[in-house]
Design a protein around this ligand. Structure first.
Ligand SMILES: [Zn+2]
Length: 246
């Protein structure tokens, strides 16, 4: 099978992913996706004693067909970000525990989801430091259909070879709608799977303007014959089937 046959009748795929489960996304991202009939993937951090209360609004989001994904409990990143102990001081056991407690909580708000995907906080995939540094991608591979890491600007995932527990995501911070459309068009024309990463819409950090976001969504809706916009889990499932048959 070649790329054209694999994606047919589409030319490639786009997944719209949103990190950290913020109020901003509930108010500004979800309603716009719904207005354009597009489904996103929301990577939620299930932290805090009040997690049930915090996660409650996402129950409806999950029930309406958006994907809920795992983004750990503690959102531990490299200690290089803050100077405080981080992944360099963590272990594979600790990170696995963190991920699996998050998973128990998230399954309560999206009990219908049978397959799950993961997003590495801060795109970091390691624990330990120096000679003791290890990848925790194998932990994610054991428990999830796919995981999203950082990717190089201008590249998408090649479905025949992408390592699904480490699929590349493309940060969109401060991008114009036209730039996001250009990436989606060019990379899907190459038969790639483009995973766009959003944090906030019209927010204060890692943000994309609501006009730009809407310009992208309008285009994806208009181009739905050629570009398959779908949650990460749906594209990953299709790719896993192809890779298993190669
Ligand atoms: Zn995050």
């Amino acid at each position: 099978m070649n790329l054209g046959e694999f994606w047919a009748p589409h030319q490639g795929a786009v997944s719209l992913t949103f990190d950290d489960g913020t109020e901003n996304q509930l108010q500004l991202a979800v309603p716009r996706l719904d207005a354009y009939g597009l489904k996103g993937t929301f990577y939620i951090t299930a932290r805090g004693d009040n997690w049930q209360e915090r996660l409650a609004p996402w129950r409806d989001v999950a029930a309406s067909g958006h994907e809920i994904g795992n983004h750990t409990i503690s959102h531990t990143c490299s200690s290089n970000y803050t100077g405080n102990p981080g992944l360099e001081e963590s272990s594979l056991d600790a990170i696995e525990r963190d991920i699996m407690i998050a998973q128990e909580r998230l399954e309560q708000i999206a009990p219908h989801q049978k397959e799950w995907t993961f997003a590495y906080p801060c795109y970091c995939t390691h624990v330990g430091r120096g000679e003791g540094r290890q990848s925790y991608v194998p932990v994610v591979a054991r428990h999830f259909m796919a995981g999203r890491v950082g990717g190089e600007y201008g590249f998408g995932n090649h479905p025949a070879v992408v390592d699904l527990p480490a699929a590349w995501g493309l940060p969109t911070d401060r991008m114009s709608g036209f730039e996001m459309i250009g990436l989606a068009e060019e990379l899907t024309a190459q038969g790639r799977w483009v995973i766009l990463v959003f944090h906030q819409i019209n927010g204060s950090r890692l943000t994309v303007g609501s006009h730009d976001f809407e310009t992208l969504l309008r285009h994806l809706q208009r181009r739905s014959d050629a570009i398959w916009t779908a949650p990460v889990v749906d594209v990953a499932r299709k790719i896993a089937q192809w890779q298993a048959n190669q």
